[in-house]
Ligand binder design. Structure first.
Ligand code: ADP
Ligand code: ADP
Length: 229
């Protein structure tokens, strides 16, 4: 599914260059749930951005489903992101002036999906993330956990094969965090979605099949998570 070969990311700064990701070989299988841990500044977000085609490696290669991301044109890479990858962020990134249903429908509407089809899909997604009755609510009327589940529903709208989550439980209390983790786990186990999640929370990381720890721009440690058992 995901194959990194000697992929590295160097940022050019006025003061010189900075290597955020050192040459990395990494394979993530289809249907795997991987957690990425590590101290702040260790390269977790950089890795996630590369996996999602938000940025390209400076050296080496990243292939997703056999597609070499560096080989795509800017337009093709945007299309790849929209259709293959669902992004979930720590701060939900919902549009405040839009309802739950409208937030979830955004990518479908941008993709010129017929209205009747959008309605069916949005209703199904709202049910799937357990937000029945909230379609017409605005994000500010929801708890953090509910908002994050809207964000996950939005990420699922285009039927991506890969979910990339950056600290999805970072702003949530224990109970809401567990609901979000359970949802990601169910999508992974029952729908076969590949999930890569950055987290600072050791317990959250245990939801995964495999836990990767990054230190100073490289994978320092890999171990099995409880999700694998
Ligand atoms: P983490 O997610 O583990 O906190 P990041 O991947 O965000 O780490 O960052 C790794 C290092 O790369 C940090 O030192 C950060 O300051 C640097 N970095 C990240 N993005 C950029 C960027 N766009 N330009 C310059 N430096 C960056
Ligand atoms: P977090 O610790 O929550 O993961 P980060 O420090 O990784 O947050 O930063 C979040 C975003 O800011 C990332 O997209 C990263 O690439 C970018 N970023 C981080 N450090 C820098 C930097 N020095 N210059 C520019 N962008 C940066």
């Amino acid at each position: 599914m995901i194959q990194l070969k000697q992929a590295a990311k160097v940022y050019e700064l006025e003061a010189g260059s900075f290597t955020a990701l050192k040459e990395t070989d990494l394979h993530i299988a289809k249907g795997e749930f991987v957690a990425i841990m590590g101290p702040s500044g260790s390269g977790k977000s950089t890795l996630l951005q590369l996996l999602g085609g938000l940025d390209l490696p400076t050296r080496g290669s990243i292939a997703i489903d056999g597609v070499e991301l560096s080989g795509l044109s800017e337009k093709e890479r945007t299309l790849f992101r929209r259709t293959k990858v669902g992004f979930v962020f720590q701060n939900y990134q919902l549009l405040p002036m839009m309802t739950v249903a409208e937030n979830i429908a955004l990518s479908l509407a941008a993709n010129k999906t017929p209205k009747s089809e959008i309605d069916v899909t949005v209703s199904r997604l709202i049910r799937e993330v357990n937000l029945d009755g909230k379609a017409a609510s605005f994000p500010s009327q929801l708890s953090g956990g509910q908002q994050q589940r809207v964000a996950i529903a939005r990420a699922l709208a285009m039927k991506p094969s890969l979910i990339l989550a950056d600290e999805p439980t970072g702003n949530l209390d224990r109970k809401n965090g567990q609901d979000v983790l359970q949802l990601l786990s169910r999508l992974n186990k029952e729908e076969g979605m590949t999930v890569v999640m950055v987290t600072h929370d050791r317990d959250a990381a245990q939801t995964a099949d495999r836990i990767i720890t990054m230190v100073d721009g490289e994978v320092a440690k890999e171990r099995e998570g409880a999700g694998a058992r």
